[in-house]
Ligand binder design. Structure first.
Ligand code: CAA
Length: 440
């Protein structure tokens, strides 16, 4: 069977930066280490006044098309995943296509366009749609452009304000991909939850503490479901495990859950048992609460072991390097986790071709998905072409006053005009309705 997967990825960050320990924490009267150590964040990306989900998505897609030498005729569908949409009828992909058509000779009239919504997991769902479309043989030799783009902003004073971010990830899905092949197998954990909602409102209503518990519960179910079709996952089979990263501290919790799960009934559990005891089994406890307490104690001991810390340092920590500097990108978040991991491997000169990634996506509301990916021979050239370090270094570092101004400017309920903090550099800009997506 021909491999189908991600041929290329491009990332586009919002052009502004908030220094969380240096600027944000002091203004909030908080200890900077809550950000650097607790949440695991140094900075977040923010959109300048001329940026939005369309411009960031179009900019990422344009860079991808230029680099891969793609023309509109090579692309048979454009799917945009976002939870920051502003139009309940016309999908964001039509706006993005409009931007791209203004700079290419061809058009996208032949392309199927859509918008995927299921909170942050929608980016992965769009990948799955593209995969299924190609596997079904409906693509007529064309690939799919999948764009995950969000301005993840929270109301001022909301606990989520600490975890904001803005950026887009564009991916080209095709046969014989250069970057990763997607697995046929997937596992799901899905339940009707109300921890994070945006019912016709721009900023989310979030029960933050509960959202953390829901993330972990759905991820555990997805892992079990994945193993029921793909067979047991063993820690040594997985080179990296990129997970949805609303903030790196969340992934610290998810990683421990995953490790406990994939080491149960293995020789690793036996070895660990000498140090910290065997994992608690549900059947050994009369009630749920006692079982949960025992699991919590086991996890507390597990995270102190050298064996766990080594696995975390090798398999999880490299997935967090970009998130630490950009915050939450919602639909794009798990996709920058994949890039972070491969970027680390590239910088270390590792040979990753044929290695396996275990990808954990999550969307509030709520659903988790686990699938595997196999790194392809062309991965190094793809990583070499990325300019994410330059993009991050070029962001404008906001003062607190700048932040308040730009946050108000992006608040749909306020009518505030703000000067640009940065100058567009050959990119699509939002300059008001009717002038959307001009390239300046
Ligand atoms: N030094 C070191 N660590 C510190 C510290 C200090 N001085 N102060 C606090 N910390 C630690 C805390 O112990 C905590 O770590 P643990 O959870 O491991 O105990 C961490 O820093 C965060 O501190 P708080 O829990 O006090 O932070 P908070 O109450 O202000 O907010 C939050 C945390 C609820 C997650 C909030 O950021 C939030 O609401 N975020 C938005 C929702 C979200 O991202 N949920 C994640 C799951 S849902 C999802 O993934 C979908 C999505 O993208 C939104």
């Amino acid at each position: 069977m021909t491999a189908v997967g991600i041929d290329a990825i491009e990332i586009w960050t919002g052009n502004l930066k908030m220094d969380l320990p240096g600027t944000f924490a002091p203004e909030k009267g908080e200890d900077p280490e809550k950000y650097t150590k607790g949440l695991g964040l140094n900075a977040s990306s923010f959109p300048d006044s001329y940026e939005d989900i369309v411009t960031m998505g179009a900019n990422a897609a344009h860079r991808l098309m230029e680099r891969k030498g793609l023309e509109p005729d090579d692309i048979g569908r454009i799917d945009v995943a976002t939870e920051s949409s502003f139009d309940n009828s016309k999908p964001v992909s039509t706006y993005v296509a409009g931007c791209l058509e203004s700079v290419y000779d061809g058009d996208f009239h032949h392309a199927n366009k859509g918008e995927r919504k299921f909170a942050c997991i929608a980016g992965t769902q769009s990948l799955d749609d593209a995969y299924n479309w190609i596997r079904a043989g409906r693509n007529r030799g064309r690939g799919a452009l999948v764009i995950a783009t969000d301005t993840a902003l929270y109301a001022r004073g909301d606990a989520g304000e600490a975890t904001q971010g803005a950026g887009a990830v564009a991916m080209y899905i095709d046969e014989d991909p250069d970057l990763v092949e997607l697995s046929t197998h997937q596992g799901y954990g899905s339940a009707d939850e109300t921890d994070f909602l945006k019912p016709n409102q721009q900023f989310p209503s979030v029960d933050g503490k509960r959202s953390v518990q829901v993330y972990l519960a759905r991820m555990r179910e997805a892992l079990e479901d994945y193993e029921s079709v793909a067979g047991d996952v063993h820690p040594t089979d997985v080179s990296f495990a990129p997970f949805h990263t609303p903030f790196p501290g969340m992934v610290r919790k998810a990683a421990m859950l995953a490790y406990r799960h994939i080491t149960r009934d293995t020789a690793i559990e036996e070895t660990l048992a000498e140090e910290i005891g065997r994992q608690p089994r549900r059947e050994a406890f009369d009630d749920e609460e006692a079982f949960h307490d025992a699991v919590r104690d086991y996890m507390d001991s597990l995270k102190e072991t050298d064996r766990y810390q080594e696995w975390y340092a090798e398999t999880i920590d490299p997935t967090l390097s970009i998130a630490r500097e950009v915050g939450n990108w919602y639909t794009g978040s798990v996709h920058i986790a994949r890039v972070s991991a491969l970027k680390t491997a590239f910088e270390q000169g590792r040979d990753m071709a044929g290695e396996q990634l275990l990808v954990g996506s999550y969307g509030s509301g709520a659903q988790a998905e686990i699938h595997a990916e196999i790194v392809q021979d062309g991965w190094e050239a793809e990583l070499e072409a990325l300019n994410i370090d330059e993009q991050l270094a070029e962001r404008y570092d906001m003062s607190w006053a700048d932040y308040e101004e730009i946050h108000d400017a992006h608040n749909h309920e306020m009518d505030v005009d703000v000067e640009e903090f940065t100058t567009p550099d050959s990119e699509f800009v939002f300059d008001g309705w009717g002038r959307m997506g001009e390239r300046k």
